[in-house]
Design a protein around this ligand. Sequence first.
Ligand code: UD1
Ligand code: MG
Length: 447
Amino acid sequence: MHPTIATSVLAIIGYFTITNIIPQASPFFIHRGLFGKDMSKRGKPIIPESIGIIPAITYLFIMFLSIPFFFIKSSTGGKFNNLISLNNSTDTWLSSLPSYLSSMLSLESMILLGLIDDLFDIRWRHKFFLPAIASIPLIIIYYLEFNKTSILIPNFISNYLQLNSNSIDLGIFYYIYMFSISIFCPNSINILAGINGIEVGQTIIIAILLILNDLYYILGHHLLSGNSLLLQSAYEIHIFSLSLLIPFISISIALFNFNKYPSKVFVGDTWCYFSGMVFAVLGISGHYAKTLMLFFIPQIINFIYSSPQLFGLIPCPRHRLPKFNEIDGLMYNSFTEYFNNEIDDINNEKKKPILKSYLKPILSLLSKLKLIKLEYNEKGDIIKSSNLTLINLVIIWFGPHNEGELCSLIMKLQFFVGFTMLVLRHSIAPIIFGFDNSWSMLNRFYI
Ligand code: UD1
Ligand code: MG
């Protein structure tokens, strides 16, 4: 049986399993103290937290049950070997069992660390690096099995540098790059959060875009009847990717049904870390991290935009989610506050954050560009600035929204940007790079 068919069947079973388990398990999560307050509802009701552990574990089970379909073919009685097999005469669908198992090990470790974070609320600066630890098995196996450390560079750069080839060997820096991907993906999903549905919604959009990218290669392979070795390895990578994504999207939708507005469950950092790690695993083992980053553009923007708060230039409250207005039920900008010394001294309070003087003109400029919202006191001093999150930025641009509509607006924007990137990836990128492993270019090279 083709592995994508096997994983699709398991994905459907997984979907119904999760849909059944979540309502039954939710009271037990609350009973064990795993709950959070839904800050954007009247009365701030209590909702079970960390429910993402249920789809995450289901996903692992699906992937374990899929192993025989990837690595054993009935025609040969099933031995694990290193053949790249694309037709029925050979033994396996995927060439590397160690690589598959190390992906699963990294995902498992990430789920464990995410759960520990949910249980003990680890400080942001500590938990930031947890994904790097979880990715060690994956990266070590990548080193032992492939050790491919070169990346394509655009034609004009290789011409300018007078290089013989259009790729450059990054050596050790490639491994640093892979660790960065594995740190970035989970964390960037975790900080694009705070409104019902967005944590899962964004992962569904990324998965859809990756599936479209996989289908592009796979259909290309079938159209060209796999007549080049290069195309075959690209085909194998994308069969692997698709087989991981089909169950992923299925469990994500099952979770989304409970997490979307109005949320019945919260997914927890377990989900954010796990889902980010699924993407990191695909990008790293599939050697397509650059393409992956094209689908992470909203998360990259959110990360860069957040960096003054993340790195302490501007105070970063524990929660930066938008502010719920109980009167009209809409989400408005949330702010971080500044105080001046006088107020602190008079009230004899603990010193409160003061806006650094060199930041004042920068914030004023950003406010003129509609990139931030500021509030002033009667003396004209800045006393508040909107929290630097993409969600707040969308509210600045598109106005206050109902929470559910805000989530779907962000998902639509995310899909629009990602789809545009997908089209550019397969049209302009091959021209810039002078080469592409997708079928449209191979068409020109081999036919
Ligand atoms: C990240 C963000 C934080 C944001 C939080 C919301 C950074 C650096 N951190 O922190 O600003 O406020 O996610 O998830 O950007 N919650 C809701 N409604 C939702 C989702 C979450 O009210 O739709 C609240 C609940 O109280 C829930 C809590 O957020 O219990 C979960 O926060 P947590 O995931 O622990 O926050 P962080 O990931 O640390
Ligand atoms: Mg979180």
